[in-house]
Ligand binder design. Structure first.
Ligand SMILES: Nc1ncnc2c1ncn2[C@@H]1O[C@H](COP(=O)(O)OP(=O)(O)OP(=O)(O)O)[C@@H](O)[C@H]1O
Ligand SMILES: [Mg+2]
Length: 238
């Protein structure tokens, strides 16, 4: 479970302060699927970095599964991140000239897993994202949607409790975006994975169970979406 209270992130730029987060308080229960929306510069990526233990807030509280994150040092943040969080980015961030399988194995290598177990777990993650037939393709031999699936498999391979995705469909066409949302919904319903994603696209956001909107570093809307769109259903604009 994610609990924050009055999160602030202030960047000093010359003699002015940028309040990237200006008092965000919320709770996200284990197994929720949440979209974070808001204009450019409203603090979405800053919030994701803090939730993902990539960065510490300037002030405020962040409790992750009972652990106080706000006072952790770099080493402890890195350890918590490695155990609990999987990241997916807009630009996939895969290693070039490196096969899908090797890309997915990388977090296991860092975690000290080797040999057959490493290959087996990476293969299983690629199966879960529907890519078991593309394991030896390098990123430039895959479509955008397939590259994002590899990135999702890489994020899943350590079995993190929380999957964080910053504009995961931002570089994809609308049909492929829906396929990726279908995959997130599947992971969420099959494994009770907590999924938190940032999107500018309200159609993408409506595939989730809850929508949080930021403006100038503050939460201006936090609402349950009682009828999430099932990915694959015909697109109907609200
Ligand atoms: N490292 C940094 N140093 C200084 N200012 C920063 C830094 N990172 C972010 N900011 C500022 O904090 C604010 C929030 O940035 P953030 O990247 O969180 O926005 P965002 O909502 O993700 O925007 P976008 O939709 O464009 O990705 C912006 O005004 C940005 O300029
Ligand atoms: Mg951003």
């Amino acid at each position: 479970m994610i609990q924050t209270e009055d999160l602030m992130k202030v960047y000093q730029m010359g003699d002015s302060d940028v309040r990237a987060l200006d008092g965000a308080s919320f709770t996200i229960e284990k197994g929720e699927m949440v979209a974070i929306m808001g204009p450019s510069g409203s603090g979405k990526s800053t919030l994701m970095s803090i939730i993902g233990c990539l960065d510490a807030p300037t002030s405020g509280k962040y409790i992750l599964d009972g652990l106080s994150v706000e006072n952790m040092d770099e080493a402890k943040l890195a350890e918590t991140r490695g155990r609990k969080i999987g990241f997916v980015f807009q630009q996939f961030n895969l290693l070039a000239r490196t096969s899908a399988l090797e890309n997915v194995m990388l977090p296991l290598t860092y975690a000290g897993v080797s040999g057959k177990e490493r290959t087996d777990r990476a293969m299983k993650a690629l199966e879960r994202v529907g890519l078991s037939k593309r394991t030896h393709h390098a990123p430039n031999e895959l479509s955008g949607g397939q590259q994002q699936r590899v990135a999702i498999a890489r994020a899943l391979v350590n079995e993190p409790a929380i999957l964080l995705a910053d504009e995961p469909t931002g570089a994809l066409d609308s049909k492929t975006s829906v396929e990726i949302m279908d995959l997130f919904q599947k992971l969420h319903s099959e494994n009770g994975q907590t999924v938190i994603l940032v999107t500018h696209d309200s159609y993408v956001a409506r595939h989730t169970n809850r929508i949080i909107k930021l403006s100038d570093g503050r939460i201006v809307l936090d609402e349950i979406n009682p009828n999430p769109i099932k990915a694959g259903a015909p697109r109907v604009e609200a």
